[in-house]
Ligand binder design. Structure first.
Ligand code: SF4
Ligand code: SF4
Length: 378
């Protein structure tokens, strides 16, 4: 396992972190899906015994069960061996006092007196402005002063400019958790956001380094490129090496689901180190990205000029789902998000072919026909 100093916070951290959101599950007596607790605990302890030192959970993971299982796994002396992070479920926060209420509830579930990092979870523009109105800074000040929280940060999902706004709003951030992988190097905060935060002394934790597992299972054409490359890295290793190459990135979260994945990730992270990619490797990663992008079926740039559609059709999201399915040769990458789109009453079948969207689309996409294709696919 490779380690780096956690910025200037005075301790080191393993480059691999355990994301406690995709733990193994079983059905309970009522047929409800719950965490397979003995196996999850075995996996986390095995990882810690083999050098992992960063554990990331959150209020909603596994329907609230993740924090409880994390707390159980960290008994018997394991808590002292890790940096423990959980997150404020900001979408449930209605008033200032809710922030203290959730933190206290989470400490109880984890059965610990404090966490090392407390993150404001999944900030976007709207969520952040709400927390500003509710005076998040005085909550942070109080939680740090009374020792419930050692360090503070946020996790992020929005446009790059919002990321900068959040970074600039508070000089006490110690961690920013961002989505970063070689397909999403310019998405949301992206590499430029990582550098912006890094220059201001904010430590970066990477989530979705495998893009929800998709980069571990590339289409045949991408797999063939990797096999021909002299390095013979696995798809997982290329993805981890991309994120692990940046000095700003302190630890990389992997949502491990099986013991086999734990062992494989630990093995890869014995080699992932800052600056370990050569210029040629970086060029090859750009080629991998290009190979994925070439598989994009619809050239929608998600500019949203076509929104809102008078019928409520969520055009950019439908096209993104179609593209994901093509890119990864995996139909579920269309059908799963599409189910949600149907639930939100924004599906392609609602289109009445009024033509409004086509008249404003800068890419001049034949939107009506493409929506018909998507509806037929559903
Ligand atoms: S053509 Fe269809 S998708 Fe486009 S604006 Fe009209 S109803 Fe909406
Ligand atoms: S206007 Fe065109 S490019 Fe922009 S989001 Fe809509 S479909 Fe995509």
């Amino acid at each position: 396992m490779n380690y780096v100093p956690f910025g200037d916070l005075g301790f080191d951290v393993s480059r691999l972190g355990f994301g406690m959101m995709r733990l193994p599950t079983v059905s309970d007596e009522q047929g409800k899906t719950v965490i397979d607790r003995p196996e999850a605990i075995r996996m986390l302890r095995y990882a810690i015994d083999h050098g992992l030192s960063y554990v990331d959970t959150a209020y909603p993971y596994h329907g609230g069960e993740s924090e409880i299982v994390t707390g159980l796994a960290l008994k018997d002396g394991y808590r002292e061996r890790v940096t423990l992070t959980t997150k404020l479920p900001q979408w449930l926060v209605k008033e200032h006092a809710d922030m203290d209420k959730f933190l206290d509830e989470q400490l109880k579930k984890l059965d610990v007196p404090h966490v090392d990092f407390y993150l404001l979870h999944a900030l976007d523009r709207e969520a952040f402005h709400k927390l500003q109105r509710l005076d998040y800074k005085s909550f942070i000040k109080r939680a740090k002063a009374d020792g419930r929280v050692k360090h503070i940060g946020f996790s992020f999902h929005d446009e790059h400019e919002v990321f900068r706004e959040i970074v600039d709003d508070y000089d006490g951030w110690e961690l920013a958790q961002i989505q970063l992988n070689y397909l999403d190097d310019e998405y949301q905060a992206g590499e430029s956001g990582m550098r912006y935060a890094g220059e201001r002394g904010i430590n970066i934790v990477v989530m979705e380094p495998l893009r929800g597992g998709a980069l571990a299972n590339p289409p045949q054409s991408v797999r063939a490129m990797m096999e021909e490359n002299g390095r013979h890295y696995s798809p997982v290793e290329w993805a981890f090496r991309y994120a692990g190459d940046f000095a700003e990135v302190k630890t990389i979260l992997s949502g491990m689901h099986t013991m086999e994945q734990v062992k494989d990730n630990l093995d890869v992270f014995s080699r992932v180190a800052v600056g370990s990619l050569s210029e040629r490797d970086r060029g090859f990663i750009r080629e991998l990205k290009e190979a994925y992008l070439k598989r994009i079926a619809i050239g929608c740039t998600r500019c949203e000029y076509c929104q809102p559609c008078p019928q409520g059709v969520l055009i950019p999201r439908i096209f993104a789902a179609v593209n994901e399915a093509f890119m990864f040769e995996d139909d579920s990458r269309f059908s799963n998000p599409y189910r949600q789109i149907v639930k939100e009453q924004g599906d392609a079948a609602r289109c009445v072919a009024c033509g409004q969207c086509e008249s404003v689309c800068p890419q001049q996409l034949p939107i009506i026909r493409l929506l018909q294709d998507a509806a037929a696919r559903a």
